[in-house]
Design a protein around this ligand. Structure first.
Ligand SMILES: Nc1nc2c(c(=O)[nH]1)N[C@H]1C(S)=C(S)[C@@H](COP(=O)(O)OP(=O)(O)OC[C@H]3O[C@@H](n4cnc5c(=O)[nH]c(N)nc54)[C@H](O)[C@@H]3O)O[C@H]1N2
Ligand SMILES: Nc1nc2c(c(=O)[nH]1)N[C@H]1C(S)=C(S)[C@@H](COP(=O)(O)OP(=O)(O)OC[C@H]3O[C@@H](n4cnc5c(=O)[nH]c(N)nc54)[C@H](O)[C@@H]3O)O[C@H]1N2
Ligand code: SF4
Ligand SMILES: [Mo]
Length: 724
């Protein structure tokens, strides 16, 4: 008999989409989606294709141990007991020999569950005595830093349904069609457009969102956006288009910013002509958009996260927020604080599932120089930056890192594939004493593990999720039994706790922990119906607006910054005394810009966008999706022609860091001089070390931005027709 069970997709595109999973004899046979009511949470093609991932030949069935050379992917099946005993004894050996900081726990995205993610392992290792880990959220450290510095909080974006109230929407490096950024963002963009709202896209690519919604596409050289924002500020200042009362009432430090923009501070007026030379955007286009933004109220300046994932990406996000304040768009319907898709205003209320506790290794270290007070444990000096993991492993204390790292524990991460400079990553992984990966698939990283622990798919366990941007809770319901011997992250941590002699890890079942989370929610009235329906929407009388109270009644509602106002000049940042993290936003050129001498050798700038039909490396090779969109390098027709490349040709893409062999997609939907390989192609080296899987990170720089943005571009490369 076929059953249809409703659950919610787990992927970290923040979709929270509804899946109606058909199950027959314990096997998923097909997947449909939401079709009820006016506001649906409809799944994308990935959500519909989960079945091909669930039962993929790459899925791990049993615990395994490495037998061949590390990285060659040769493993034999072992029992769970042997696997867990080995992991526990390696943890203990590493601790005895080198101390707790030698254990590096790494976990990234993948899944938006509240319970089954890194939490069980974090809690276990904290109780055990501590571990090293990273800081610098791969996704959005730039906007995170900027929002904390400027507004004192990250709950700083209007609810996404408020977009329908805007009269002008600027999608600045934002492709809400490909990347979702909450399921119904597309619906609200469509509503806005139908209402006559003008929509502009500023992006090196003519994105899906631009093609669907925008009236104007402004191509811009990657990594130069701050210069364009400063020139827009210049026009607004010199043409007296400022919301002066707003600036006077709600902000501090505008005059310092103004002096910099006008060139009083450094002798360089940030004119549109100055910005044109840097950004490639004509001066009149910059001036035109500045006037339009300053005079159209309300206007929503909506950045994605990619322009912030460049060197000095924090400056981009800080500058966007300053522009939003200059135009008085903060705290009003249809406006935007400039925080864009990060947020939401709506504070989700859920009780704790499993408290992670304080990590003694974090607690033992003084704070980093570049940590804001509000950054919590991530501000500990024991942390290594995400972009610097390979150097930290290779160099350890001798290279100035906090510890010598010997054991890498991976949960929800395809780190080799997803971190910059894969070839350096291979060396780093080879240098470690022991690697454990809790994985579902034989990924590029899993091939390097010593022990592989197979984990459950979200459809094989219960969890709760929220989807950023709207007041929504999803119950990710178990629909089938675990695949072969797969176990959940919670079960694995509990089994290790026994072996490590930790008695207070957790005495509760999975469902009891989820019940406890729901009991702590002021929104979800009852657990059982939530579990049954799989979604709970909170009805608000109107879309939430970030900082509405602070703007409407500032005397009684200060911002949570040190000054109580929007900090255009941040004293907290000034106190860091870091020349590359100025207290007002500034344009600082990125390495591998068009002015880098390396351009002679590698003339094209590579960006590495998030794939529409994968979530990072997840769904790679799923037949339905791969057929729709094979992994390719996107190149402008003029650049292709100059190299004798035709659409569909095999090309080599290379720089000093490595080489990728891939198919070319020739188009005019990307600006000349810029190429794109979407991140997440599976690193598949051939005998000569050339990657055949289209992994962009073979080519990217493993540097962090001064205040912590994880850099995903631009990287200089050259492209040649294969066989040349
Ligand atoms: N389908 C799908 N959706 C996803 C994900 C996924 O893997 N697949 N990943 C999710 C996750 S974890 C995250 S963090 C987000 C990421 O969301 P984003 O960071 O916003 O996504 P990106 O694709 O990196 O970039 C968005 C747009 O910015 C443009 N861009 C790149 N560099 C620059 C630049 O320097 N300036 C300007 N102006 N534009 C630039 C790109 O061309 C692209 O169109 O997406 C989430 N959503
Ligand atoms: N060049 C470049 N690199 C990038 C980026 C970029 O824009 N450009 N973006 C960065 C960003 S924003 C992010 S968030 C990272 C993402 O980096 P990752 O999170 O490492 O990428 P995923 O491919 O999602 O890998 C998650 C892995 O966890 C495994 N896994 C184990 N257990 C579970 C589970 O229970 N659930 C799920 N879902 N997976 C599990 C999955 O099988 C998968 O292999 O990539 C970063 N890397
Ligand atoms: S992959 Fe993302 S957009 Fe697609 S169904 Fe899942 S949550 Fe929704
Ligand atoms: Mo991300």
């Amino acid at each position: 008999m076929e059953q249809v069970i409703t659950t919610v997709c787990h992927n970290d595109c923040s979709g929270g989409c509804v899946l109606k999973v058909h199950v027959r004899d314990g096997v998923v046979t097909r997947i449909e989606t939401d079709d009820a009511g006016a506001l649906q949470y409809r799944a994308c093609p990935k959500g519909r294709a989960h079945r091909q991932r669930l039962y993929s030949p790459d899925r791990l069935k049993y615990p395994m141990k490495r037998v061949g050379e590390r990285g060659k992917g040769q493993f034999v099946r072992i029992s769970w007991d042997e696997a867990l005993d080995t992991v526990a004894s390696e943890l203990e050996r590493t601790k005895r020999t080198y101390g707790h900081p030698a254990v590096l726990l790494y976990s990234c995205g993948g899944d938006l569950g509240q319970l089954h993610h890194k939490k069980p392992m974090q809690r276990l290792l904290s109780l055990w005595g501590g571990y090293s880990t990273t800081w610098g959220v791969t996704s959005f450290e730039g906007v995170y830093f900027a929002a904390l510095a400027t507004y004192g909080t990250t709950f700083a974006a209007n609810d996404r349904n408020d977009l329908a109230n805007a009269r002008l929407i600027i999608m600045w490096g934002l492709d809400a069609v490909a990347h979702v950024h909450h399921n119904n963002t597309r619906l609200y963009l469509a509503q806005a457009r139908e209402n006559g709202t003008r929509i502009v896209s500023i992006d090196p690519k003519h994105t899906n969102a631009a093609a669907t919604f925008a009236h104007q596409w402004i191509p811009i050289r990657p990594g130069t956006d701050t210069a364009m924002l400063l020139a827009m500020a210049y026009v607004m200042i010199t043409e007296d288009l400022l919301d002066r009362p707003f600036l006077d009432r709600h902000t501090v430090g505008f005059d310092r910013f103004k002096d910099y923009v006008l060139g009083i501070e450094d002798g360089i007026p940030k004119t549109p002509a100055w910005a044109e030379a840097i950004t490639g955007v004509p001066a009149e286009v910059i001036a035109g958009l500045a006037k339009e933004y300053a005079t159209t109220r309300p206007a929503a300046l909506m950045p994605g996260w990619s322009a912030g994932r460049t060197a000095n990406g924090e400056q981009f996000h800080r500058a966007v927020m300053v522009l939003a304040a200059m135009a008085g768009n903060v705290g009003r319907h249809g406006g935007s604080s400039g925080v864009g898709v990060f947020g939401p205003t709506y504070g989700y209320t859920l009780g704790e599932t499993l408290p992670v506790g304080r990590n003694p290794v974090d607690a033992a270290w003084p704070r980093r120089q570049n940590a804001l007070a509000a950054s919590g444990d991530a501000g500990s000096g024991a942390r290594i930056h995400n972009s610097k993991v390979w150097d930290a492993i290779l160099e350890g204390k001798a290279g100035g890192y906090p510890a010598d790292y010997k054991l890498l524990y991976l949960v929800n991460s395809n780190i080799l594939n997803q971190h910059p400079n894969v070839n350096k990553g291979v060396k780093a992984l080879q240098s470690l004493e022991f690697i454990v990966a809790q994985e579902q698939f034989m990924t590029a990283t899993a091939r390097f593990a010593d022990i592989l622990l197979p984990t459950t798919y979200f459809m094989e366990r219960n969890d709760i999720t929220t989807a950023g941007g709207l007041p929504f809770y999803g119950y990710m319901k178990k629909v089938i039994e675990p695949y072969y011997e797969a176990r959940s992250h919670l079960e694995i941590a509990a089994a290790l706790a026994e072996r490590l002699g930790i008695t207070d890890f957790n005495g509760k079942s999975e469902k009891a922990l989820l019940r406890q989370a729901v009991a702590g929610s002021r929104d979800i009235p009852d657990y059982d119906s939530f579990e049954e329906n799989a979604i709970h929407r909170v009805k608000l009388s109107e879309p939430g607006v970030a900082f509405q109270k602070q703007i409407e009644d500032p005397d009684n509602n200060p911002f949570s910054t040190p000054s109580g106002k929007i900090e255009i000049y941040s004293q907290q940042v000034a106190d860091m005394c870091h020349p590359m993290i100025p207290p007002i936003p500034k344009y600082i050129e990125t390495p591998e810009s068009r002015n880098d001498p390396l351009v002679q050798k590698y003339p094209l700038q590579l960006i590495t966008t998030h794939p529409r039909l994968r979530v990072h490396s997840q769904f790679y090779g799923v037949p339905w999706l791969a057929e729709l969109e094979p992994q390719a390098i996107v190149i402008h027709a003029a650049d292709a022609q100059a190299r004798g490349i035709k659409d569909g040709d095999r090309v080599r893409v290379f720089n000093d860091r490595g080489e990728v062999a891939i198919i070319a997609r020739v188009t005019e939907r990307i600006m000349p001089g810029v190429v794109d390989i979407s991140e997440g192609g599976w690193y598949t080296p051939d005998e000569s070390g050339v990657d055949r899987g289209g992994c962009a990170n073979v080519l990217t720089r493993d540097e962090s931005s001064p205040a912590g943005a994880f850099i995903s571009g631009p990287s200089l490369v050259e492209v040649q027709k294969d066989g040349n």
